[in-house]
Design a protein around this ligand. Structure first.
Ligand SMILES: *[C@@H]1O[C@H](CO)[C@@H](O)[C@H](O)[C@H]1NC(C)=O
Ligand SMILES: *[C@@H]1O[C@H](CO)[C@@H](O)[C@H](O)[C@H]1NC(C)=O
Ligand SMILES: *[C@@H]1O[C@H](CO)[C@@H](O)[C@H](O)[C@H]1NC(C)=O
Ligand SMILES: *[C@@H]1O[C@H](CO)[C@@H](O)[C@H](O)[C@H]1NC(C)=O
Ligand SMILES: *[C@@H]1O[C@H](CO)[C@@H](O)[C@H](O)[C@H]1NC(C)=O
Ligand SMILES: *[C@@H]1O[C@H](CO)[C@@H](O)[C@H](O)[C@H]1NC(C)=O
Ligand SMILES: *[C@@H]1O[C@H](CO)[C@@H](O)[C@H](O)[C@H]1NC(C)=O
Ligand SMILES: *[C@@H]1O[C@H](CO)[C@@H](O)[C@H](O)[C@H]1NC(C)=O
Ligand SMILES: *[C@@H]1O[C@H](CO)[C@@H](O)[C@H](O)[C@H]1NC(C)=O
Ligand SMILES: *[C@@H]1O[C@H](CO)[C@@H](O)[C@H](O)[C@H]1NC(C)=O
Ligand SMILES: *[C@@H]1O[C@H](CO)[C@@H](O)[C@H](O)[C@H]1NC(C)=O
Ligand SMILES: *[C@@H]1O[C@H](CO)[C@@H](O)[C@H](O)[C@H]1NC(C)=O
Length: 705
């Protein structure tokens, strides 16, 4: 029913869509490709602004969105010799202005660049969200840059304007604002707050308890002016005069605008900062944690001022890392792979907050919190950290440790009493308050395996064995759980929880085998490795987990299971750590068997994740790609190219969604049926799990940046 509705909508809008394509999209160049959605300001779960790809051709009048789909108001106008142009996000109805024309749209791993022609001038809008994996101060600053550059307009006076409104606070109609320009360094700062918001509360995933920040500083050649007022009046003031009136008292429904007058210039740029500041950022077991940056910059004004001053170094770092990532990705698996990784990076890091205690501001006490964005909002879900870990392994291995610390320290309080590992450290971000009542979404084998394999990954990348030894008794407890429950598995959920609980899931038993071997290798505990190897022996050599022709792993094994027939299969992504860490839990013939099998399950738009479902997963298939050896890399590239096709097929607009329809469904469990749009979005948006796209690159080594 739901899916039919979607496709009939799609068909109805098709003629318009095609018209839009031919009249506009063809005119602009998209580098490297036109993605479903462009990251604009993507730094943490609450600062996450995007521009759907299907609006970009009409950028001057397009509407940015929060990741969950709410419209955000954010406009950019410019004047060239007294003529006003809409560049970005302005209403078509704004009179006295012309629309600039998009000529190129480009994304890198940290920038989304849009170039527009506006009369004699060319403007570039550079939406820059730094990804600074090892500089926690820079990474934790909850702001993003918009730099507007102009060239080619010699002898014309240039003015550049931008505004935002209370849509950024999450509660339109209940917002108060303040303005301050009494700083020594020229900063002009608007702050917008929700009136009477509860600490740590959200509406539709937008934070309510912090403050939206919009700021800029004059350059050596610009005059900066400010104004709050109705959108119509503030924009009309700029359009008519090229400056703002300085009347900055905010009232509900207003925009807050900042304008730079550059005078006559042929080549200049100005930078705006937009952000969302939470002093108490995370509630960890009842204690507030704040952004790492607050140890140096204790309030929004000093923090955003530093952020603007840090622009040149952040920009230089980004050019180096953008180029390095592209070069490494192309060298490893070609340009399609690079296109995917460049779109992945901001989203993966943008799922996290780097924190220290709000009271002591002790920068040695770092914890990183990761939101299970879109699927349920859980905090530090182990089966979200785990699929994402390849990006941390490649770019910032300490992220693995700092995401596990809140969980391990909670275990040390003794408040989690189950024999298996916890699923997450809190039901809804930013409340990392544990599960003292022992009620949560249990995934016993899944999470017990994940925590051991994550610890192994961190130690492998850093050689910091002392850290693992500090928590050895906890890892031992979960290894013991796998010894008893890893092969004879009671009915339970695995990471793809929407498919429901099952006994004896082959992919889980594979995880148990590899995790036990990893545990044994980490702590010189040979008997655990032997148990892991014996599980692997049963599953593969003795054929327990295989079909009778030994071509693939079945979804389930055992005598009394639903999906144990020869035709039942699973993409067994859990083999990947065995390859990444060269653990040799399974013999190498396992991997050649898989590499030969997966192409036989290729459907119209991908390989369904298992024989129950009609959808595939962008990150789990990258794990499977990385564990599909072959001289021609053909299976690896099949998986990569399927994701690339999904990312570029023009059918989708959410922030990089990790689950799409690979085949025509037949209805039933997790299987949308005949209404599915093949190659179209199925579920989830903006999840940090896309970090798993780095699985193939991680084979080249840890800590590459
Ligand atoms: C969001 O913006 C789009 C595009 O401008 C518009 O069509 C839609 O009506 C807006 N939605 C809401 C709820 O305002
Ligand atoms: C503006 O910022 C300055 C410098 O931080 C501060 O001293 C002053 O109190 C602020 N004014 C307002 C109205 O917040
Ligand atoms: C976090 O907990 C506080 C206090 O219990 C509550 O008011 C708030 O709504 C919670 N936040 C979310 C997003 O669930
Ligand atoms: C704003 O621009 C108008 C028209 O160009 C000019 O008359 C006025 O002096 C300017 N105001 C300021 C504060 O620069
Ligand atoms: C603008 O000036 C800078 C510095 O001189 C130069 O590097 C850049 O190429 C110029 N840009 C254009 C578009 O002329
Ligand atoms: C966080 O620290 C600030 C500064 O010490 C303090 O004013 C505030 O009350 C703290 N917030 C919480 C929730 O503990
Ligand atoms: C800061 O945190 C570290 C790591 O948790 C701890 O060892 C140290 O004692 C703390 N320092 C202070 C002054 O609390
Ligand atoms: C395991 O043995 C190796 C080599 O003998 C040694 O370097 C390492 O420290 C040991 N690890 C543990 C956890 O005891
Ligand atoms: C699960 O596998 C174990 C070990 O092979 C077996 O003893 C058990 O019967 C299986 N369970 C089911 C429900 O088939
Ligand atoms: C097979 O599994 C079903 C469902 O789990 C259970 O009700 C039934 O008793 C089992 N049969 C045998 C022979 O174990
Ligand atoms: C497995 O095979 C049996 C016997 O052929 C059949 O009855 C059953 O429907 C099959 N199960 C599935 C899930 O295809
Ligand atoms: C990228 O993927 C597409 C679609 O799967 C494929 O047709 C194309 O050949 C791939 N390009 C490269 C350079 O591998």
């Amino acid at each position: 029913m739901f899916a039919w509705h979607l496709i009939s909508n799609f068909i109805q809008t098709l003629p318009l869509y095609i018209f839009t394509l031919s009249s506009n999209v063809n005119a602009a160049t998209y580098k490297p490709v036109l993605p479903p959605s462009y990251p604009l300001a993507v730094r943490n779960p609450y600062l996450s602004a995007w521009m759907p790809g299907n609006q970009v051709a009409n950028l001057p009048t397009a509407t940015p969105q929060f990741w969950a789909g709410q419209n955000l108001s954010w406009s950019v106008l410019a004047r060239v010799g007294g003529t006003t142009y809409k560049l970005f996000g302005a209403p078509a109805s704004l009179t006295g202005s012309l629309e600039a024309t998009l000529t190129t749209a480009e994304y890198t791993s940290t920038h989304s660049y849009f170039t527009l022609a506006a009369g004699a001038a060319t403007f570039t809008l550079d939406f820059f969200s730094p990804v600074s994996p090892k500089n926690y101060l820079r990474q934790s600053l909850p702001f993003s840059y918009l730099t507007v550059s102009v060239s080619g307009a010699a002898s014309h006076d240039i003015q550049i304007y931008s505004d935002i409104d209370e849509s950024w606070t999450g509660q339109t109609g209940n917002t108060v604002g303040s303005y301050n320009s009494s700083f020594e360094n020229g900063l002009s700062l608007f702050e917008l707050f929700v009136k009477g918001a509860y600490l740590y509360s959200e509406i539709k995933d937008q934070a309510l308890w912090g403050e939206t920040v919009f700021a800029s500083k004059p350059t050596s050649t610009s005059k900066l002016s400010s104004q709050a007022g109705t959108a119509a009046s503030v924009r009309a003031q700029f359009a008519a005069n090229g400056n703002l009136t300085g009347s900055t008292t905010f009232a509900e429904g207003n925009v807050v605008g900042l304008a730079h007058d550059l005078g006559s210039t042929s080549n200049s740029s100005v930078t705006f900062a937009v952000g969302y500041v939470r002093e108490a950022a995370i509630n960890y077991l009842g204690s507030a944690r704040t952004g790492y940056y607050r140890a140096s910059y204790p309030d929004a004004g000093t923090a955003v001022s530093h952020f603007l001053d840090d622009y040149a170094s952040a920009y230089t770092e980004s050019l180096v890392s953008d180029a390095a990532l592209e070069q490494k990705a192309v060298a490893t698996a070609g340009s399609n792979y690079s296109d995917i990784l460049l779109l992945t990076t901001r989203q993966a890091y943008g799922g996290a907050d780097v924190t220290i205690p709000n009271d002591t501001l002790n920068t040695s006490d770092i914890m990183i919190f990761l939101k299970e964005i879109s699927s349920d909002g859980n905090v530090n879900t182990l089966d979200v950290i785990f699929p994402a870990f390849p990006i941390w392994y490649v770019m910032s291995p300490e992220y693995i440790k700092y995401q596990l610390e809140p969980i391990l320290q909670y275990f040390e309080t003794g408040r989690w009493t189950q024999p298996f590992c916890i699923h997450d450290i809190g039901t809804h971000y930013p409340n990392a308050t544990g599960h003292d009542n022992q009620i949560e979404e249990d995934m016993p084998v899944e999470e017990s395996g994940n925590i051991i394999l994550l610890a192994y990954a961190y130690v492998q990348a850093t050689e910091d064995l002392a850290w693992a030894q500090k928590y050895q008794s906890l890892f031992t407890k979960y290894a013991n759980y796998l010894v008893t429950g890893g092969l004879d598995e009671p009915v339970q959920l695995a990471t793809n929880d929407c498919c429901g609980p099952l006994a004896n899931q082959t992919n889980l038993a594979i995880k148990a085998a590899i995790a036990l071997n990893a545990y044994g290798k980490l702590f010189n505990a040979t008997s655990y490795s032997e148990t892991g190897l014996s599980f692997a022996n049963e599953l593969y050599n003795e054929g327990l987990g295989l079909d009778s022709a030994r071509t693939h792993f079945k979804l389930q094994y055992g005598t009394n299971v639903t999906y144990g027939n020869d035709s039942d299969y699973a993409v067994v992504f859990n083999v990947y750590p065995d390859i990444l860490f060269s653990l040799q839990t399974f013999p190498s013939s396992t991997y050649s068997m898989l590499a030969s099998y997966y192409p036989t399950e290729q459907g119209r738009a991908g390989v369904p994740l298992d024989s129950r479902v009609d959808w595939s997963s962008t990150f789990w298939t990258n794990w499977a790609a990385a564990a599909s050896p072959g001289t021609e890399d053909s299976t690896r590239d099949l998986f990569i190219n399927d994701v690339w096709k999904y990312m570029t097929d023009g059918l989708n607009t959410p922030p990089f969604s990790d689950r799409w329809f690979a085949i025509q469904g037949s209805g039933g469990l997790n299987n949308g049926g005949s209404g599915d749009l093949i190659g179209g979005f199925d579920a989830w948006r903006n999840r940090p799990v896309v970090g798993g796209h780095f699985a193939v690159l991680a084979l080249e080594g840890a800590d590459q940046f």
